[in-house]
Design a protein around this ligand. Structure first.
Ligand code: HEC
Length: 132
C-alpha cells in the first residue's frame, strides 16, 4: 500500500521535472531586441526607408506591437499569424521578405537572419510576445 503511494509520488515528481525542462522563456529585452537592433534598425528607426514606406518602427516594444500603418504584425501567442515572423522566415513572396535580401545588396551587410535568430523570435511570439 505505502509502496504504491510512493511510486505515485515518484511519477508525479518526474512529470514535474520533465515539464520544467521545456523551452526556456525568451526575453524581449535580452534576446529579441538585440536581433532587431542589429538587423532592422537601419531601415526601421522612424527615419529609414522601411519605416518611411510601411510606417513600421522597431525602436521600442510599443512601436513593435503597434505594427505598420496597416496594422499589427505580431499576434501574441501565434507566430503562424504574425506577419513579422512570416517575413523573416521566408514564408512570404521573396520580394517582401525581411531584411530585404532578394537582390543581395552590394555592401554584403544585409542577409537573411540565421535559423537561431528566426527561432528565437518565433518562440518569443508563441510564448505571448511579452514585454519581458
Ligand atoms: C534595407 C532596409 C530594411 C531592413 C534592414 C529591414 N527592412 Fe523591413 N522594410 C523595408 C522597406 C523598404 C519596407 C516597405 C516595403 C514595402 O512596403 O513594400 C519594409 C517593410 C517591413 C514590414 C511591413 C511589411 C508590410 O507588408 O507592411 C515589416 C513587418 C518589416 N519591414 C520588418 C522588418 C524586420 C523584422 C526587419 C529586421 C529583421 C527589417 N524589416 C529590416 C526595409 C528594410
Amino acid at each position: 500500500m505505502q509502496l504504491s503511494i510512493l511510486k505515485g509520488l515518484f511519477a508525479l515528481v518526474i512529470a514535474a521535472i520533465a515539464a520544467g525542462c521545456g523551452q526556456q522563456e525568451v526575453s524581449y529585452k535580452n534576446d529579441v531586441y538585440p536581433i532587431l537592433k542589429d538587423n532592422c534598425f537601419t531601415c526601421h528607426d522612424g527615419k529609414g526607408e522601411g519605416s518611411q514606406a510601411s510606417g513600421f518602427v522597431l525602436l521600442t516594444y510599443d512601436d513593435l506591437m503597434k505594427g505598420t500603418k496597416y496594422g499589427q504584425v505580431v499576434v501574441k501567442g501565434d507566430s503562424a499569424s504574425s506577419t513579422l515572423y512570416l517575413m523573416i522566415d521566408h514564408k512570404v513572396d521573396p520580394t517582401i521578405q525581411m531584411p530585404p535580401h532578394h537582390d543581395a545588396p552590394a555592401d554584403g551587410k544585409m542577409g537573411p537572419l540565421s535559423r537561431d535568430t528566426i527561432d528565437t523570435i518565433k518562440t518569443w511570439i508563441d510564448q505571448g510576445a511579452k514585454n519581458n
